[in-house]
Design a protein. Structure first.
Length: 174
C-alpha cells in the first residue's frame, strides 16, 4: 500500500525531468542534434547533473541548458554551438567530450574542443559576451566576439575563444 502511493509521485518527477531536458534542447536545431548525437553520445541535459550541481547551475545560468551554448563563437560561421556530450558504457563509466558545431552555407561542421575522456563529474558549458576578460594567472584578453566556458561546477573552469582562426583558452577558476 505504501509503495503504491509513491509510484505516481516518482513518475511525475521522472516525466518532469524528461520534459525539462527536452525544453532545454529546443534551441538546438534537429540537424545539429543528428550530427552530434551518434554512437550513443547524447547532449548533456539537466538530468545528467548531480543533485548538488543542478541547483547551482540553474541559479547561475537560469533558463540555459548545461550541455549547449549558442553564439558568435567562430569567425567564419553563420551560426555556432558549443555542445557537451555524454556517454555511458556498460559498466556505467561516464565519458564526456565537447564539440564546436558551426553552420556554414547550410553545411554543418563539427570539431572536437575537448577530446573524449572518462569523467567522474561532468562539465557544463555556457556563453560569455564580447568584452574584457581576465584569467587566474593574470591573462587578459579583449574579445570582439562571444567566448564560452567549460566548467566542472565544483572544480575548475576554462574560458575558450578564437583569436583569428585559432582556438585559445585560459583558466578562470579552480
Amino acid at each position: 500500500m505504501y509503495l503504491k502511493r509513491w509510484i505516481p509521485i516518482a513518475m511525475f518527477f521522472a516525466l518532469s525531468m524528461h520534459s525539462r531536458a527536452q525544453v532545454c534542447l529546443t534551441a538546438v536545431p534537429d540537424a545539429v542534434r543528428s550530427a552530434v548525437e551518434q554512437d550513443n553520445w547524447k547532449i548533456l541535459g539537466p538530468q545528467d547533473l548531480t543533485d548538488e550541481d543542478r541547483p547551482i547551475f540553474k541559479g547561475n545560468h537560469p533558463g540555459q541548458c548545461p550541455g549547449v551554448a549558442s553564439g558568435d563563437f567562430h569567425p567564419k560561421a553563420d551560426s555556432s554551438f558549443v555542445i557537451a556530450l555524454l556517454k555511458e558504457d556498460d559498466q556505467k563509466h561516464r565519458f564526456e567530450k565537447t564539440l564546436i558545431v558551426t553552420l556554414k552555407k547550410n553545411r554543418i561542421e563539427t570539431a572536437v574542443i575537448i577530446p573524449p575522456a572518462q569523467v567522474n563529474a561532468v562539465s557544463v558549458v555556457w556563453k560569455l559576451p564580447p568584452g574584457h576578460w581576465r584569467g587566474l594567472d593574470g591573462t587578459r584578453v579583449a574579445l570582439s566576439r562571444d567566448s564560452f566556458v567549460s566548467e566542472q561546477i565544483i572544480a575548475a573552469a576554462s574560458q575558450y575563444y578564437y583569436d583569428g582562426s585559432h582556438l585559445k583558452s585560459f583558466v578562470i577558476s579552480r
